[in-house]
Design a protein around this ligand. Structure first.
Ligand code: SF4
Ligand code: MG
Length: 326
């Protein structure tokens, strides 16, 4: 498949006082058309920063300092606000964990979807309303005529997330970025939203970049998964490979902390220690302080990314002999 999104050796750094601290480094990956790719990692690993880079929505204190982003064949200039705003909504859309913060509390939800359509597609007001109601039905909302005029506070969390998805998809973007879209929802509603995203990917062909701290959620939607730790990609493979043959010690630890039937009733494993903050990342492997396999080399030298299978990359010294550096 053609690459819809391509990140090439992307580096993003924050300026704090007079110093610059890289928060993302060596981020290289592609999302093909219609593909479903997950990014997993604990908070502070750079998942959200990666998705904000793709949307051209980096915070003021952060900047792309190296590498680049190519979207649908078009290199994105960090400096060109105009370039990003043409792409946003139309080519790439994003949904967040908290839909309430993204919706206008003073405008009926249906109208917000219709306005999105009017802003990006050259359609009349009645046409935009019709498209909005069609899309509301498509994301599984019922009684859409009535719901169209409801305000955000009248809706449940699950309904609001469906409204957000409708708004994100109204302009038929090629890529939908979903950043922890179900984290705030209860388990039943979460499962319904994951089903919906999977169905929409199949029926509309919209590629999905799905961000979550939870591998269990990612496996419901994605075929491929990128594991991030402390601002770098530490492993990248198909979901099955990651679940059945995790190679990076961090991925293995993430899997251990996943709930499963045979662990029922036992307290869940949590990885001891924490992700080093960007102001405190030394020369070695950033996972060294928490890694059961760490050696002296790990503390002094950053590991390279090794190609260990056709579609499998790992950034860890343990694989230096078995692979080819990429
Ligand atoms: Fe662990 Fe060393 Fe691999 Fe880092 S490079 S994950 S510290 S074994
Ligand atoms: Mg986040």
């Amino acid at each position: 498949a053609n690459a819809l999104l391509e990140l090439r050796d992307l580096e993003v750094a924050f300026t704090i006082g007079k110093r610059t601290y890289p928060a993302l480094q060596h981020i290289t990956f592609q999302v093909g058309e219609k593909e479903t790719v997950g990014i997993v990692g604990e908070s502070g690993c750079g998942k959200s920063l990666t998705s904000l880079s793709v949307m051209g929505l980096l915070p003021e204190t952060a900047a792309m300092t190296k590498g680049g982003i190519v979207l649908d064949g078009r290199p994105m200039e960090a400096s060109s606000r105009e370039g990003w705003s043409t792409v946003r909504g139309k080519q790439v859309s994003m949904i967040f964990q908290n839909p309430m913060s993204a919706l206008n509390p003073l405008m009926p939800v249906g109208k917000q979807i219709a306005e999105m359509a009017m802003a990006h597609l050259s359609v009349s007001k009645p046409e935009a309303k019709r498209l909005a109601m069609d899309m509301m039905a498509k994301v599984g909302l019922s009684r859409v005529e009535r719901l169209y005029n409801d305000y955000p506070h009248q809706l449940s969390g699950g309904m609001m997330q469906r409204i957000m998805i409708a708004m994100a998809l109204i302009c038929k973007p090629k890529l939908l970025i979903a950043d922890e879209p179900t984290t705030a929802l209860d388990v039943t509603i979460q499962a319904q939203i994951l089903d919906l995203l999977r169905d929409l990917n199949e029926s509309t062909g919209t590629a999905i970049l799905f961000i979550s701290h939870d591998l269990g959620v990612i496996r419901e939607v994605c075929r491929r998964v990128i594991v991030m730790y402390a601002g770098t990609i530490v492993e990248d493979a198909s979901v099955e490979e990651i679940l059945d043959h995790p190679k990076h010690p961090y991925t293995a630890a993430l899997l251990q902390s996943l709930p499963s039937a045979d662990k029922r009733g036992r307290p869940l494993y949590t990885i001891p220690g924490r992700v080093p903050p960007i102001t405190d990342r030394g020369a070695g492997c950033p996972f060294a302080g928490r890694c059961p396999s760490a050696s002296d080399t790990c503390k002094s030298a950053a590991p390279a990314l090794w190609q260990v299978g056709a579609q499998h990359r790992v950034r860890c010294h343990l694989y230096a002999d078995g692979g080819r550096a990429v």
